[in-house]
Design a binder for this molecule. Sequence first.
Ligand code: DC
Length: 224
Amino acid sequence: MSTVVAIDGPSASGKSTTARLVARHLGFLHLDTGAMYRAVTLACHKQALPADPSPQMSALLDELDIRFERDAAGNQRVLLNGADVSQLIRTPEINRAVSRYSALPVVRERLVRFQRQMAAENDVVCEGRDIGTRVFPEAAYKFFIVADIEIRARRRQQELLAKGYEADLALLETELQRRDAEDSAREHSPLVQADDAIVIDTSGLTIEEQVATVIAHIEAQTKP
Ligand code: DC
């Protein structure tokens, strides 16, 4: 039986960085499910498919091939049908569109199947919105990562700047609030905290501190 560490939380809460570093520390696979929803959104955009179920979308999902690979520097890359889309899935355009595509049951069913398949074969740190509630309700360890909205907007701004995109802080805050509302209000697998998840507020924490907090909880639960 493989081990699952589930990490959920809203956008820019610090969960991706935490998940990546915790996975590295434990030697587990980092399963970034947000990257999968982003890859589907990109694939749909490339074919000009709107966020509505259609025979074309079903065909796209049937042929979908998403893989995670490590590059020479040890960074995880996302491959969509063989092409490296790691940068293309993190543009402002995809940021804006992804909630609409990830709300579609047909998309979620396909990706959840894929996520369970990956976890059947590997120990994983799986991050997303519905991991501890729906994808792996039996996960050995569950965390829900939160942070103040201003801090999340500032982190997103830094992330975009590093990729060469200028962004207004107030607009980013509005955008994050809209995305939180869409992710939380959707009918199918909304963003909600699992009852048995440990909540970690990263607002005042450094990256090292948030990773150490998660690892300390895992070790405390693992020890007899
Ligand atoms: O974590 P992220 O910002 O890369 O996620 C991108 C989008 O994908 C986000 O708006 C919500 C959606 N998502 C989801 O619905 N379920 C998941 N398990 C992961 C992400």
